[in-house]
Design a protein around this ligand. Structure first.
Ligand code: NAD
Length: 388
């Protein structure tokens, strides 16, 4: 239940606010809504085209928070109700985006429109109406590390100055235009620059969040169960799908890219601190990730295979992985960032936030959820006789 004695990091009581959350029906939005309803008195105007992932918060109408969450089925591309909702709220959180790598090079126009053009009215309405904005960007804005341009065995590749990603220092390094993979990162970078400029020229109160691979339950979909059979979700759901079906995990270009993974529940704590400490969060760009959870994608596949065997009680796959080329898996125009370690100085200093959950623990709780939610449906789908 919401406690009346909640205080911010400076000891001031936290007043209940109304939040217009755009993209509330997605992975991050669903976790944010859940915690806001369970632990705070804040109200949420939840905007999305889908609501399956927050249905449990909207129904039945007897839920204790029923008068604090309203769902608005709105496509922000073309709906005049958006400005009214932003005006009614104290804070807007914009999560809406196309953000699956399989789309960046195959649907670059939709990717650029979604991440830049569609976000423009949100920024404009916040700025014109003096409303605070928390905008979700991405760690992909950093692109490749400086170190990746050095020869493979160069000693400076081991120097953190050549790979740790700092909000106020690191450059954004993308590949050539024909590598359309960078359409997403570039659109996110431009909207960051626009928001920053609105802050500098027109006084917009903003916070920009750069998530570094947040993972957990409800991320994306399992193809053929709660999403299209031919759909390609992000890596957690791709590997979960392979494990649930007992198929080898597909490693793109040898799975050599390095990533850091943070548990969604740790990351949501960071967003809470931003929501409830505006004086410390306004005007800031925050990396939100877990620098201690770094693995190559190949190591992630191996660890997920081990953990899934533990939580499902099934023996590990005899052939756990197979290699595929990025061209075969993602199509023409794919490219990748080599390594993504977030610098944590700014978020530590401003909000005192640190992630807590190890990679093993976060995979254990996530794969337990995946197994419980999908194993039966997959079994039935596989057993279904093919229509003659
Ligand atoms: P998600 O795809 O699960 O959620 C996005 C939601 O936005 C979806 O429910 C979608 O229906 C909604 N949406 C998209 N376009 C819309 C439109 N025109 N009108 C209304 N709703 C629309 O993604 P997520 O993982 O929750 O990510 C949220 C944000 O965080 C995105 O901006 C993404 O780029 C950013 N991000 C997330 C991660 C991560 O690790 N999950 C990493 C980097 C960046």
């Amino acid at each position: 239940m919401a406690s009346p004695a909640r205080v911010d990091l400076d000891g001031n009581p936290i007043k209940p606010i109304t939040i217009c959350m755009i993209g509330a029906g997605g992975f991050i939005g669903s976790h944010l809504c859940e915690k806001l309803m369970a632990e705070t008195p804040h109200k949420v105007l939840a905007v999305d085209v889908y609501n399956d992932k927050i249905k449990h918060l909207l129904e039945p109408a007897s839920q204790p928070w029923a008068d604090r969450i309203q769902f608005h089925r709105i496509n922000i591309k073309h709906d005049s109700r958006l400005e009214g909702l932003i005006k009614m709220a104290d804070l807007t959180i914009n999560l809406a985006a196309i953000c699956t790598p399989a789309d960046y090079n195959t649907r670059p126009l939709d990717t650029i429109y979604s991440n830049f053009i569609d976000a423009l009215p949100v920024v404009k309405y916040c700025s014109e109406n003096n409303k605070r904005l928390i905008h979700f960007s991405t760690c992909e804005v950093y692109g490749k590390t400086i170190g990746s341009f050095l020869p493979k065995d160069h000693p400076l590749r081991q120097d953190p100055d050549f790979y740790v990603l700092k909000e106020d220092f690191s450059p954004c390094i993308f590949g050539p235009i024909e590598k359309q993979r960078w359409s997403y990162a570039c659109a996110k970078q431009l909207i960051e620059r626009l928001i920053y400029a609105e802050g500098a020229e027109n006084g917009l109160q903003f916070t920009i969040v750069r998530p570094f691979n947040w993972i957990g339950p409800r991320m994306d979909f399992i193809p053929g169960v709660d999403g299209p059979s031919e759909g390609v979700p992000r890596v957690l759901a791709c590997f979960s799908n392979n494990l649930l079906r007992g198929e080898p995990l597909k490693l793109v270009d040898g799975g050599q890219s390095q990533r850091t993974f943070v548990y969604i529940k740790d990351a949501i704590e960071a967003v809470f601190l931003m929501i409830e400490n505006p004086a410390r969060a306004n005007g800031q760009i925050f990396n939100v990730g877990n620098p201690n959870n770094e693995v190559t994608v190949r190591q992630l596949a191996e660890l997920m295979t081990e953990v899934y065997s533990k939580v499902s009680g099934q023996p590990p796959l005899e052939v756990p992985t197979i290699d595929v080329s990025s061209k075969e898996f993602y199509g023409e125009g794919y490219d990748d960032s080599d390594k993504r370690i977030p610098d944590m100085t700014i978020i530590n200093k401003q909000l005192g936030w640190n992630p807590k959950t190890s990679l093993f623990d976060l995979l254990e709780s996530t794969l337990t959820y995946q197994h419980r939610t999908y194993a039966e449906a997959i079994k039935q789908a596989i057993a279904k006789p093919v229509a003659s």
